[in-house]
Design a protein around this ligand. Structure first.
Ligand SMILES: Nc1ncnc2c1ncn2[C@@H]1O[C@H](COP(=O)(O)OP(=O)(O)OP(=O)(O)O)[C@@H](O)[C@H]1O
Length: 560
């Protein structure tokens, strides 16, 4: 994690320099206090006045240094955390879809929020505090050796005990912190899951059941936090107890030297203050070292993300679709056991329109997912103009193919942003997409028109309106291949017919449409219908040919 500090070398150097100055000033307080006490007990007004001037100057300089130090730390912290979060996020956003889907996204959310907060406190802030403690400790120790070697020796021997604590407790503390971080991650997954299904929770009156689940998850997270806090508390208390023993010992020894005339009261005050500057940092040092060590497993988690293969391939550049897509003997299984596609063969020719129909669970959506390379562990080939789709640059593949999904995701922004996806399209392109997607009436009736907010995941819109926005989003992208997965299921028959019709009228567009709506008028407009039955391509042909066969499609059509 320190590499993020090294990126801002000058700021880090200034931070270190001011940390050293601040620590030195802390230790210097002992000498200033000695001066003040000696001047106070000497009876000389001039000495007292000089001591007060020195003390006031000390207060002034310390507060300025302290203020600068706080600003420098805040600035470095901001830069390091911004860089770290940006790097993690960039790594995640460039993952391929299948790699992204391997993990629950709430875990990544927890990493970017909870774990980063832990790092902020226990790594970065802690590291500089550690430096303050270390420098303060060294300077105070040197000063005390010069003041009284016996007191210094006494402290040296006792301080070995708190210093050994990170070695003894560090591993267990790290384990507890990681368990806490993991349980917070699982807790975030649970909350995200519950809030995403809020309407189901209400609609099925399962609040009590959900509350029970939530309480278990919350209890586990808090138990892990409690265990960590208890463990950290025990190590901190032990360090504090040793600190107090050292404090008492120093006072006893100083008193002995004062009684024997080997030390003045001023020196005794200075020795006690210096001892404070040794014991306090030492107590803090051991607990800070423990906390620093405890971030190791979080650092490992972050490194796992940063070093994980993102699933992207260098890939071949492909900027146009010229001829055809071929599925050659494609078989695929999600779980490595049951094949959901079995030796599927078909060809999609440029500019032609294809419908994919079949039984529920027959593998229609899976065909589209494989074409878009959501998964690449299938057998057989999917060739686009003769090039294996797994070898085409992902970025280029998505410039050739657009998909309209069954479940449409809406960003919490305006209708326009959800159509353009924040790209700067011409107004005429936007208007054209709105018209073709049948969105005109909706936009006219809204107060803010195209700039109206859609709400979180489109909660201000109906299912059909969301589908139309998704269709406009695909039309405006204007890719040569359009893939539609049940995108008109929430629309009434007339609207669905009109939209599908206008898409089918786009002359050069190659269309692959998964549909459940077996409407004769629309189906007749497709050049070919591919019929999937339990993962195999059972039939293909035009509507007329398939009806003539009186096979699986014929039955499907007559049941629908
Ligand atoms: N991510 C997944 N993990 C495991 N199995 C999956 C996954 N997605 C789909 N399946 C399974 O693969 C099979 C084919 O699913 P697919 O979604 O392709 O069918 P479909 O023909 O589009 O179905 P429907 O018409 O009901 O939408 C089904 O048995 C489904 O349960």
């Amino acid at each position: 994690m320190y590499k993020y500090m090294l990126k801002h070398k000058l700021l880090t150097v200034f931070n270190i320099a001011f940390t050293i100055i601040d620590s030195a000033l802390n230790v210097a307080l002992a000498l200033v206090l000695k001066l003040l006490f000696e001047a106070g007990s000497s009876g000389s007004i001039i000495e007292l006045r000089n001591a007060i001037v020195v003390f006031s100057l000390y207060i002034f300089v310390s507060s300025i240094v302290w203020m600068i130090l706080k600003a420098l730390r805040a600035s470095l912290l901001r830069k390091c955390l911004t860089d770290l979060k940006n790097q993690i996020f960039t790594k995640i956003i460039y993952r391929s879809i299948n790699v992204f889907n391997e993990e629950n996204s709430a875990k990544s959310i927890s990493l970017l929020t909870n774990d980063i907060n832990i790092l902020e406190q226990d790594y970065y802030t802690n590291l500089f505090e550690l430096l303050t403690n270390l420098v303060g400790f060294i300077i105070a120790t040197i000063a005390l050796i010069r003041l009284n070697i016996y007191i210094a020796l006494f402290i040296f021997i006792l301080e070995l005990i708190p210093l050994s604590m990170p070695v003894v407790f560090g591993k267990s503390l790290s384990k507890h912190k990681n368990k806490y971080s993991d349980s917070i991650g699982l807790f975030t997954v649970k909350i995200k899951d519950i809030f995403s299904g809020f309407e189901v929770v209400k609609g099925f009156n399962i609040e009590k059941r959900i509350l029970k689940d939530y309480s278990i998850s919350n209890g586990e997270a808090e138990l892990a936090r409690y265990r960590y806090n208890i463990f950290a508390g025990i190590t901190d208390s032990l360090a504090l107890a040793f600190g107090l023993i050292m404090f008492l010992g120093t006072i006893g020894l100083s008193r002995y030297f004062v009684i024997n005339g080997k030390m003045t009261i001023g020196y005794m005050i200075a020795a006690t203050q210096l001892m404070n500057n040794i014991v306090n940092p030492l107590v803090a040092l051991s607990s800070r070292l423990n906390r620093l060590k405890s971030t190791k497993l979080i650092e490992d988690k972050i490194n796992d993300i940063l070093n994980k293969e993102d699933g992207s391939v260098e890939g071949i550049s492909k900027n146009s679709f010229d001829d055809k897509i071929c599925f050659n003997n494609v078989s695929f299984s999600y779980d490595g056991e049951k094949n959901v596609l079995k030796n599927v063969n078909f060809t999609i020719e440029k500019g032609r329109k294809y419908a994919i129909v079949g039984n529920s669970g027959g593998g229609k959506s899976t065909v589209l997912k494989l074409l878009l390379r959501y998964y690449d562990n299938f057998s057989g080939d999917i060739l686009i103009d003769g090039i294996d789709n797994r070898n085409i640059k992902a970025e280029d593949l998505y410039k050739l193919v657009t998909i309209i999904h069954q479940n449409i995701y809406m960003f919490d922004s305006s209708i326009k942003d959800n159509i353009t996806l924040f790209e700067g399209y011409d107004d005429t392109d936007v208007e054209n997409a709105i018209k073709k997607a049948g969105l005109g009436a909706l936009i006219n009736k809204l107060d803010h028109g195209i700039n109206s907010a859609v709400g979180e995941n489109g909660c201000n819109l109906s299912g059909g309106e969301k589908q139309r926005i998704a269709i406009a989003r695909a039309i405006i992208k204007n890719t040569p291949i359009l893939v539609i997965d049940e995108a008109t299921s929430s629309l009434d028959n007339e609207t669905s017919y009109n939209i599908e019709n206008s898409i089918l009228n786009i002359p050069d567009l190659t269309c692959i449409v998964v549909t459940h709506k077996l409407n004769e008028d629309i189906l007749k407009r497709y050049d070919e219908i591919l019929v999937l039955k339990d993962g195999t391509l059972s039939e293909k042909g035009t509507f007329g040919e398939l009806m003539g066969k009186k096979g699986f499609f014929y039955n499907l059509y007559n049941v629908a």
